[in-house]
Design a protein around this ligand. Structure first.
Ligand code: HEM
Length: 265
């Protein structure tokens, strides 16, 4: 984040800690937390939704980036708006968060935390990408962290090379059971991954990976040094699906007609 935005996040953290925050923390988070926190006419959640709609229209990749970002933020020290992790670098979504923060500072200075902006933004992205199928209320009142550690983030976030047991253990440390971990991992039905993140899996025994899908991924990963490939065959181009997974082609078309094409790729 730009220094100015970082400072504003810190400002909200301090203000919230000194003023509204003790009560917010004591009462816990609330749905509609910002309803009466700004001057009349400023609808905080509405402002965030407006920006997210615009950003996804311009670049649909932003939606998946936000969903991933909320996981990375909340998994380490809780949702605190921190960003110091190599895994976060380069995510287009930071620009959008900065834009929203700056707009909200103009409209309602020193009130809305970066961590709340991120959580609302990811919820809104999910709603837009699912064409309204996924819609839920999000309580607000989070405080921004004053401390952000790249080391901690690297140590606590699950690595793409983990075995199933390592993943289960990793999530258990955050009080998630295996079922919750699998449900959360469903977020990978959108977005992209660089080949370096999964190349090691492509040599797995044939019982562990679909042969046609392995061939498709091998083909994709040889197109350049370390390309990013869509996480879901639904978002793959027809020509490639037809070549490697012909039986899947008509299904891809049906799924897209029913729902969406989420990556803008
Ligand atoms: C179970 C442990 C998890 C591991 C090991 C993992 C790992 C990864 C990796 C390696 C990538 C691709 C990064 C790249 O190469 O560019 C990725 C992408 C992504 N992850 Fe996860 N992840 C996990 C859990 C989650 C959870 C819980 C969520 C959200 C609830 C999530 C949301 C996403 C999204 C949306 C993307 C696509 C991002 C984009 O297209 O910009 N992941 N994840």
């Amino acid at each position: 984040m730009k220094l100015s935005v970082l400072l504003l996040c810190a400002l909200v953290a301090v203000q919230a800690a000194l003023l509204a925050a003790p009560s917010a923390q004591a009462k816990g988070l609330q749905v509609g937390y910002y309803n009466k926190k700004c001057r009349k006419g400023v609808d905080v959640e509405g402002v965030i939704m407006w920006h997210i709609k615009r950003a996804i229209k311009k670049n649909p990749r932003v939606g998946a980036a936000l969903v991933r970002l909320v996981f990375h933020d909340c998994f380490v020290r809780g949702c605190d708006g921190s960003r110091e992790a190599p895994a976060n670098i380069g995510l287009a979504a930071f620009d959008v968060l900065e834009e929203i923060k700056a707009d909200l500072e103009r409209k309602c200075r020193g009130v809305v935390s970066c961590s709340d902006i991120l959580v609302y933004a990811a919820r809104d992205a999910t709603k837009i990408l699912s064409r309204g199928h996924i819609d839920y209320k999000v309580p607000g009142g989070r405080l921004d962290g004053m401390y952000s550690s790249a080391y901690e983030a690297q140590a606590e976030l699950p690595d793409s090379t983990f075995t199933a047991q390592q993943l289960i253990d990793n999530f258990a440390r955050k009080n998630f059971d295996a079922e919750e971990m699998v449900i959360l991992s469903g977020a990978h039905s959108i977005g992209m991954a660089h080949c370096s993140s999964f190349r090691g899996r492509l040599t797995a025994p044939s019982g562990e990976i679909n042969r046609d899908y392995r061939n498709l991924l091998n083909y994709k990963c040889h197109q350049s040094a370390n390309p990013a490939v869509v996480n879901n065959v639904r978002d793959e181009d027809y020509k490639t699906v037809a070549r490697f997974m012909p039986g899947f082609k008509s299904r891809v078309r049906k799924i897209r007609d029913l729902c969406c094409r989420i990556n803008g790729s």
